[in-house]
Design a protein around this ligand. Structure first.
Ligand code: NAP
Length: 369
């Protein structure tokens, strides 16, 4: 073997190893960046994957949250209305007491309910929710919906009129409610503030009158309902968008059909869509992973709900591959605009008569064919 040959081989090895080190570092930097988004006013890092907890009973969610934390989830999404804050608090407390991490490692979101959507109730509900969660603060407190209902003080549920309509609070005033939200943040009860299910005009009004802008907007968002205009508006105002129902909320179907008599045809089968399945096959991934990856790759936070350990794992395994620009374009074409919306809240009878009902498009899902 000539000296020249040996030198050349060594040189190639150095080149190759540097090449791999370079790509390894680059890959991790990019992936690391994709796992979090930075919130505009606090610089807090919000994990782009969270665990959704709607329709998860207290008994089930306690072990689910513990399992999810063990699997690496660091972001949990709940709400007063999901009736599971206490169980989530138990799971988090146990996980921390077991020495597996600290409160600072976690990002916990909860929401001010429709029955508490007024300045005089914000602090009362947040205090109660913190007590249930057994926490001194949450990372993000959202106003759950822009409209408000009158509250039965005994049950903390909406008052229902004799005709079955929900009793609307016609005095809902976002500006005064937001001012108290800001005070709660100053007091350290929540690190960040945001909105859910608000439209562009409603968000704009709050931005114009606030000292602390909303940092996050949580809305329905999935391949059939991509909300491009609202996302552009949020991006222009440094508002992070969180997608709820990122898989098309397959679990909502039974709930809405049984409880509110919606037509089963009103619900999309995104996971069964041929285009999604075709892309999934080419990556050796599942349709759920493609739908989640599609959003995360566009800097949208996703909060898929699952109580199955297998699916928890599956849904978190979305950072080791990427969709190509042509795949992104194929998925973009699935957007159905307003026809793709599942959650219009018309199941709360009479809600469309509230002055802050956020949607103009009023096709009842029950009428959708
Ligand atoms: P989703 O996350 O799109 O879908 C959850 C459903 O999909 C569950 O039935 C789950 O069943 C199933 N699932 C999960 N992973 C799966 C997988 N890999 N393959 C097949 N099926 C899978 O819908 P969502 O729960 O309606 O929305 C997510 C979260 O957003 C909620 O849980 C809640 O935290 C939040 N949310 C917020 C609002 C709001 O007004 N702000 C409204 C709705 C939802 P299993 O549990 O059996 O796996």
């Amino acid at each position: 073997m000539s000296l020249r040959f040996i030198l050349r081989r060594n040189f190639e090895c150095v080149l190759k190893s540097n090449f791999f080190v370079y790509y390894y570092r680059y890959f991790h930097k990019v992936i690391g960046r994709m796992k979090y988004v930075k919130l505009s006013q606090t610089d807090d890092l919000m994990p782009t994957l969270g665990l959704g907890t709607w329709q998860a009973s207290s008994e089930v969610i306690e072990s689910t949250v513990y399992k999810a934390l063990d699997l690496g989830y660091r972001h949990i999404d709940t709400a007063f209305n999901y009736n599971n804050e206490e169980a989530i608090g138990n799971a988090v407390k146990k996980w921390i007491d077991d020495g597996k991490g600290t409160r600072k490692d976690l990002f916990i979101t909860t929401k001010l309910p429709h029955v508490g959507n007024r300045a005089s109730d914000v602090k009362k509900f947040l205090d109660l929710q913190l007590k249930r969660l057994q926490m001194d603060y949450v990372d993000l407190y959202l106003i759950h919906v822009p409209f408000g209902f009158l509250c039965d003080p005994e049950t903390l549920t909406p008052v229902i009129n004799s005709n079955g309509d929900y009793a609307l609070d016609m005095e809902t005033d976002h500006i005064s409610t937001w001012k108290v939200m800001e005070c709660c943040q100053k007091e350290g009860l929540t690190r960040n503030l945001g909105l859910s299910n608000f439209n562009e005009a409603q968000i704009g009004k709050i931005i114009a009158s606030s000292t602390m802008k909303p940092q996050v907007l949580q809305v329905e968002l999935h391949a059939y309902f991509q909300q491009m205009d609202l996302r552009k508006f949020c991006s222009d105002h440094d508002i992070v968008v969180t997608a709820y129902a990122p898989l098309g909320s397959p679990g909502a179907k039974d709930h809405f059909v049984n409880k509110y008599h919606y037509s089963p045809d009103a619900f999309p089968d995104l996971l069964g869509h041929p285009e999604v399945n075709d892309i999934a096959k080419s990556h050796g991934k599942t349709p759920a992973q493609i739908l989640l990856r599609y959003l995360v790759q566009q800097n949208v936070v996703v909060i898929p709900k699952s109580t199955s350990e297998k699916r928890l794992k599956e849904n978190s395994n979305i950072y080791d591959f990427g969709l190509t620009p042509s795949e992104i374009n194929r998925l973009k074409k699935l957007d159905q605009g307003e026809n793709g919306r599942i959650f219009n809240f018309l199941f709360w009878k009479g809600v469309e008569n509230h002055p802050e009902y956020p949607y103009k498009f009023l096709t009842l899902a029950a009428d959708k064919k």
